[in-house]
Design a protein around this ligand. Structure first.
Ligand code: ATR
Length: 276
């Protein structure tokens, strides 16, 4: 039987095994999917051992996405742009590294939430690994403009510069949070780690255009601090990152098995607190 796994540290909380087992059942794929805890200094050894024991592919989560990028012998364009890898495919010769996070985000927004990004003014909050992985897929939707805002402005500026060629004619700018005052956006995506500290990024008021979507890449019970603030600000639509989680998984599954699972029923079950 073909083996797959998600590797991270910690890993016990991961929903990936539930999601991928549901996909496998739904599509009739004979495969197993497990959660693997790698020691903090033992990521490469864990991956190697898995590949030598019927391992066909892996998802990679915190804190190993950068190491996975360095370990891969071949990278997709979007993984290279992200500088991080969340999906590994074991091949006869070598290991392919991909990053499906950004595609998962875009798919959740455009398909599940039915919100076209084409021609919209998009604001991306954060300039760490999570933000970086979404820039190329967001630009691929041809928004009217993309602004990257970060607490440390220099990091946002460096990202904007790095992706300026990929942006082509699409205006791509960097900003501080305070510097956003006076602008409005159709979509605001939170890719900061502020929620981990139970905080919302300190945004000036009035950023949400009529009908705007507030999207938090994090998820949890109830509103995240960012979504609570967005609600107060009158954002028309709110979404957390659970849909992105399921969509990035589906994209990995497709890469491994050549079959696209239906994400709707799996997302619905997770939302309802049921096992998908
Ligand atoms: P990740 O891989 O999750 O993106 P990271 O690379 O450490 O993690 O980046 C964390 C991001 O969250 C950064 O953009 C960080 O801002 P700085 O670059 O200024 O550090 C942002 N961040 C973390 N805590 C935050 C907070 N309390 N308020 C606003 N932004 C925060």
């Amino acid at each position: 039987m073909d083996r797959y796994a998600v590797v991270g540290h910690p890993i016990a909380h991961s929903k990936s095994p539930l999601i991928h087992r549901a996909f496998a059942r739904q599509t009739g794929q004979a495969m197993s999917y497990e959660a693997l805890l790698a020691p903090l200094d033992g990521f490469a050894a864990t991956v190697r051992a898995f590949g030598e024991n019927q391992g066909r592919g892996m998802n990679v989560t915190v804190p190993f996405k950068l190491e996975a990028h360095d370990l891969a012998t071949e990278l997709t364009e979007r993984a290279r742009a992200a500088g991080a890898v969340n999906t590994l495919v074991f091949r006869p010769k070598g290991v392919l590294g991909d990053n499906t996070d950004g595609a998962g985000l875009v798919r959740d927004i455009t398909k599940n939430l039915g919100y076209a990004l084409n021609g919209r003014r998009v604001l991306l909050l954060g300039a760490g690994g999570a933000a970086r992985g979404t820039i190329l897929p967001l630009l691929g939707e041809r928004p009217a403009g993309l602004v990257i805002a970060n607490r440390t402005v220099a990091r946002a500026e460096s990202l904007a510069e790095q992706f300026s060629q990929a942006a082509g004619a699409i205006p791509l700018a960097a900003s501080s949070f305070a510097g956003l005052a006076g602008q409005t956006f159709d979509v605001i995506i939170n890719a900061t780690a502020a929620s981990l500290a139970n905080e919302a990024p300190p945004l000036p008021p009035g950023l949400y255009a009529p009908g705007a979507l507030a999207y938090d890449m994090m998820y949890g019970k109830g509103d995240t601090p960012f979504l609570a603030a967005a609600r107060q600000e009158g954002a028309a639509k709110l979404a957390d990152g659970l849909g992105m989680l399921v969509e990035q998984a589906a994209e990995s599954f497709w890469l491994w098995r050549g079959v696209r699972p239906q994400t709707g029923p799996v997302l619905e079950a997770l939302r309802a607190g049921r096992t998908p």
